[in-house]
Design a protein around this ligand. Structure first.
Ligand code: PMP
Length: 430
């Protein structure tokens, strides 16, 4: 076998340095919420492939569905020969997004989150006949050109990669912890629609109900409701980017349910298919069907193996009660971190916040929300890694410790992970 160190050297020769891979862990095997590297070291996984494995690594039911599909058909292209699993998955997602309402939705599949956000905005332009798009500061919507334009962070995502598609504007995202209230953020948005673009020229507003890469910042309910109202007043489409928040992560199937707001479009990816590449654009039927045949398509989108996996994922979420479990897991993390916030990490853990099991700790200097402490977040992350626990950071300065604990993780495993976490913080503070 080759050691982590040898693989790091080969990786550095073979792959561009712009690709992040800070951990230096080379995975050999993974199961549930654990990963073993090529040297046999075990890691508890609190990041789940960046929110992709809500049902854990290699869930037996998902594995079984994938294996069964491999023996039937792997690829036809939905535009060439169609198959039932694509339709069944669309039917189930349409119902889930309608969430008990009678609104008919339709779904098309792609492969990645970026493709989904990119296309949904193209669709919104075609449907409304308008070109303007509004997204939020601190947002992340992907790395293709329009998705990069939508993203609300210049370094490292945008700088030098332009020209980016135009007619995209960024409004402040509400963040009461840092002093931006819902009302303040709505006022800024209205201001932008006076100074930079007329509301009647805006095709869509795209928002993450909880910002992911932005640092696990939830948009308050009243903000999302205010946004919906504004969209209704001006004929603007409301798009929820649920790539990181979807599939039980926030204690609901989709995070937008926490606000009661009905989206015109919802895009999702990541945890949809238990680790296989799949994304979906789900939109109101009356809007979607304004686009004529040929106006959309994808060679691999909704691949039969990915669809089989996704159907199994939806079954697992339901059968194992993962929506309720997300709340339990989040409460467990929160309780432990709040103890630390009041004790050993006083002044360092500025904010402990979560929506369901989308849970994070923001590291600051002297308890000041406006003094991010990225150095400490990185030090804790590194020490945890050495001690056998992995997660990532997020936020403007990477000051936020963020976790996507697989929702199948047992209490014992989560406690073990939290013990490593606390031990590592103590070691860093020594
Ligand atoms: N939207 C959001 C909210 C995301 O978190 C991400 C990925 N982190 C994307 C879009 C892009 O997804 P992908 O990497 O699959 O293109």
């Amino acid at each position: 076998f080759q050691s982590n160190e040898v693989l790091v050297a080969r990786r550095n020769d073979a792959c561009p340095k712009g690709l992040p891979s800070k951990s230096g862990i080379y995975a050999e095997r993974a199961q549930g919420a654990e990963i073993w590297d090529v040297e046999g070291n075990r890691y508890i996984d609190f990041i789940a492939g960046i929110g992709v494995l809500n049902v854990g690594h290699r869930h037996p039911k998902v594995q079984e569905a994938i294996k069964a599909q491999l023996d039937k058909v792997v690829h036809t292209c939905f535009g060439v020969a169609q198959y039932e699993s694509y339709i069944e998955l669309a039917e189930r997602l349409n119902k889930l997004v309608a969430n008990g309402r009678s609104t008919p939705y339709k779904t098309m599949f792609m492969n990645t989150g970026s493709e989904a956000t990119e296309h949904v905005c193209k669709f919104a332009r075609r449907i409304t006949g308008r070109t303007g798009l509004i997204s939020f500061e601190g947002s992340f919507h992907g790395r293709t050109l329009l998705a990069t334009a939508l993203t609300g962070k210049a370094v490292p995502y945008k700088v030098g990669f332009g020209p980016l598609p135009g007619d995209v504007f960024h409004a402040p995202y509400p963040d009461p912890y840092k002093g931006m209230s819902s009302e303040g953020a709505l006022n800024c948005l209205k201001h932008i629609m006076q100074t930079s673009i007329r509301p009647e020229d805006v095709a869509a507003i795209i928002i993450e109900p909880v910002q992911g890469e932005g640092g696990f910042v939830p948009a308050p309910k009243e903000f999302l409701q205010g946004l919906r109202k504004l969209c209704d007043e001006h004929g603007i489409l409301f798009i929820a980017d649920e790539v990181q928040t979807g599939f039980a992560r926030t204690g609901k199937m989709f995070a937008i349910e926490n606000s009661g707001v009905e989206p015109d479009f919802l895009v999702c990816a990541k945890s949809i298919a238990g680790g296989l590449p799949l994304s979906a654009v789900i939109g109101k039927q009356e809007l979607f069907d304004k686009i004529e045949p040929g106006g959309m398509g994808s060679t691999y989108g909704g691949n039969p193996v990915a669809c089989a996996a996704a159907l199994a994922v939806l079954d697992v979420i339901e059968e194992e009660g993962l929506i309720a479990r997300a709340e339990e897991i989040g409460a467990k993390l929160e309780a432990r971190w709040k103890d630390m916030q009041a004790g050993i990490a006083k002044g360092l853990f500025g904010d402990v916040r979560r929506v369901g099991a989308m849970a994070a700790v923001e590291c600051v200097v002297d308890g000041d929300p406006n003094q991010p402490n990225a150095e400490m977040a990185a030090a804790i992350q590194g020490k945890c890694r050495d001690n056998g626990l992995i997660f990532l950071t997020a936020g403007k300065k990477a000051q936020v410790i963020r976790t996507h604990v697989p929702l199948v993780a047992s209490d014992e495993l989560i406690d073990e992970g939290l013990d490593i976490f606390e031990k590592s913080v103590r070691q860093v503070l020594e």
